[in-house]
Ligand binder design. Structure first.
Ligand code: SF4
Ligand SMILES: [Zn+2]
Ligand SMILES: [Zn+2]
Length: 302
């Protein structure tokens, strides 16, 4: 099949817009969307430091790679990478050498934060313990806390993550179906700053997972392609399956979810303005007296 824009062979059929794209036009279209989304989310004036959360997986690796392309030429904007080692044997430890190699190749400083050292517990220990909630609930809360603290401590103005279109659509639908409208209003990217919270950037939020994967393969970007042993426990799996099924029948559904959300986001944020945050005993911002991570740590320690 030929590319819809030139005479070269197509490498992908983009179902949601009905185009066949060759390697060059596909890579160009991903870059164009990421660059535009990044500049829509943030206006850099110079002197900023951006922390990028990396795990070694395709999305966060692509995010770091893209941000290096975007802000690399700006001499007064600095990128730093942060990796959380959750303590998952046979999974996360295998991603560490790849991330080290990626960062050293790009000349970007990397900080690896160990859950064991910072919280005194690993995800392997949590997964093996008796608990009411899924491993991913603990992992998500702890990772957010460690990423926020590490980015804040390194003086970062923003924290960029590799959230792709599939993740974003799942998050929107999940919050909506759970009736968690406040959380829906607070989803990133963040255009307001709250004391102690480093605002999030999500430059890949318009890139489908499949395109992120193909981009890495075509550009020869190495990533850690393995599944976490606890992934089956994730509550979001059901949303992943449902949205993928609807997307299959009605291509463009994920974009429709995202653009509907963006259209009502301002109104949502007006109805649910950010609450005044307090400081938890651990130093992290909290809605009440204790942050969510400390509440979960109390629970797991009985
Ligand atoms: S699948 Fe769950 S436990 Fe595994 S890294 Fe992701 S959030 Fe953590
Ligand atoms: Zn082409
Ligand atoms: Zn706390």
């Amino acid at each position: 099949m030929k590319c819809s824009k030139c005479n070269r062979e197509a490498v992908i059929f983009v179902r949601y817009n009905g185009t066949h794209l060759c390697r060059e036009h596909f890579l160009g279209s991903v870059r164009k969307r990421v660059f535009a989304e990044f500049h829509r989310q943030v206006h850099l004036g110079g002197g900023e430091r951006i922390a990028v959360a990396v795990s070694g997986g395709k999305d966060s690796t692509l995010c770091l790679y893209m941000l290096d392309e975007i802000v690399g030429p700006m001499r007064d904007v600095e990128l730093r990478a942060v990796m959380i080692d959750e303590g998952i044997e046979g999974y996360r430890n295998e991603g560490v050498p790849l991330v080290r190699q990626l960062c050293s190749g790009l000349g970007i400083d990397l900080e690896i934060v160990s859950m064991r050292e910072m919280l005194g517990i690993t995800m392997d220990q949590i997964a093996a313990s008796a608990r009411d909630e899924s491993s991913c609930t603990y992992c998500g809360v702890f990772r957010r806390r460690l990423l926020n603290a590490a980015s804040r401590d390194m003086g970062a103005d923003f924290l960029a993550t590799g959230l792709n279109l599939d993740d974003t659509a799942q998050g929107i639908v999940m919050n909506l179906f759970r009736g968690d409208v406040e959380k829906l209003a607070r989803m990133g990217p963040h255009n307001n700053t709250q004391s102690g919270l480093v605002p999030r950037l999500q430059p890949l939020r318009k890139i489908p997972e499949k395109e992120s994967h193909l981009f890495c393969i075509l550009e020869g970007i190495e990533f850690h392609d393995s599944v976490c042993p606890y992934a089956e426990e994730a509550v979001r799996n059901i949303y992943r399956e449902v949205i993928a099924r609807i997307e299959d029948d009605c291509p463009g559904t994920r974009y429709a979810i995202l653009s509907s959300y963006d259209a009502i986001r301002n109104a949502l944020q007006k109805s649910y303005p950010p609450v005044e945050l307090r400081q938890c005993g651990c130093g992290e911002p909290a809605v009440g007296d204790k942050c969510k991570a400390c509440q979960l740590l109390d629970k797991i320690r009985g």
